[in-house]
Ligand binder design. Sequence first.
Ligand code: SF4
Ligand code: SF4
Length: 496
Amino acid sequence: MNEEPVAKPASEPATKAEVAIPLNEVVISLYEAQDKIYPRSVSGFFTKWRWVMIWLTQIFFYGVPWLEWGHRQALLFDLEAKRFYIFNLVLYPQDLIYLTAILIISALSLFLFTAIAGRLWCGYTCPQTVYTEIFLWIERKIEGDRAVRMKLDASTMSSKKLARKTLKHFVWIVFALITGFTFVGYFTPIRELSKELFSLSLGPWEIFWVCFYGFATYGNAGFMREQVCKYMCPYARFQSAMFDDDTLIVTYDEERGEPRGGRSRKAEVNTKELGSCIDCSLCVQVCPTGIDIRKGLQYECIGCGACADVCDTVMDKMGYERGLVKYSTQHAITNKWTHKQMVQRILRPRVLIYASILGLIIVALMTSLWLRTHFRVDVVRDRGVMARLSDDGKLENVYRLQIMNGTESVQHYKLSASGINDLEIESEAVSDGEESEHENHDNTIMVNPAESRWLIVDLKIPDGSLESGSHKIEFKIEDVESKEIVTEKSVFLVPR
Ligand code: SF4
Ligand code: SF4
């Protein structure tokens, strides 16, 4: 029924919203206030696997920054020094292509995995799910399971309630700060960070990032929870494009379950003309996103399998066959396929295309890493010094070369140039913008492990030996120890 909006008397000021909304339009809110979800604890096959994944991901996350590789942290993204250390790899900003390739591989792996197994990533390994599960576990240990927590939240404030809430938030905050500290340890050597922490000498930026990441963990896992998956995660929105009827999803077997209805444990399904679903609502109570899987596939479902676990428990108690709620595919459910038939559909065109592209990129990355030289060179013409005549009457061009040693040992690099007859080369090492002593003899420079050095290079030719204009030249830099060679092209300018 459409009610005509009642206009206010002219003397009564209209609110902002009333002014903005035309009288004949219906307002639909983009945000719907929702009741808090109190997921009930659950046990079973998939819950065990979820905890296995939680342990594995957390051991990895908290453990890896403490691993040493030689005399440094094994995995360190040193933004200040513009170097990424990934075990025996040292990457410079010039190696951004490798990081891009790693990101593309991650994205394609997610596409492939989603096409095969649906949202298993969300349910088992996504940091949002993992931390929500950990925070929920802490909450259950301190406040109790679903019913007790609901009762506690509904009760008026008392010393008992205050003590439990305070303890819960204290443990959450400590855990969140440890998480923030570990996260920062991927960007600043974690052992130095620990020393600074215990000597209370952490820098302001380090404090900021520990608190920022800790606060994000506390907020997302303690309060936002399923709201992040429902409203903030882009993956939830576009994953349906990767789904097809052979993608593994958590499904309710409607044909078997309906008509649902309560009954005594011993009642025969057939005599009451009921399906296997006893309408206990436990599948809804355990769901971390608060949905009812019996309504079909919904974008809020993160594929955690909690509803399948609890429903199997119910089926066991009732003496019915398990699997009323289970991982299956739309095709398998519709066509009543066997498990074998379902598995055979894994290798379908979409999966093969994703897998082929992924395989090609991985092979290309590996080959590129294998063939990659262990040092990099950047050549810059010194724009501050144009071509000029030197004291000895020769025509001179000046260049700046940066040599980056990507190995873990001291290396020596020999520099030469070619492309023009009678080309002479002189080089001088520069350190931190200041010219240092002539450490380079015979145009050979020493560079410390995983460090870079700048060189000022003078190229000279006899004056008048070349016509005016730009002439192509090539720098050749040879690693004296490994004999690897890098060449860089540039130009030599002869003024009119
Ligand atoms: S847990 Fe199983 S039996 Fe209970 S309501 Fe859900 S689907 Fe039905
Ligand atoms: S519907 Fe089931 S699988 Fe989906 S999120 Fe809820 S409990 Fe997890």
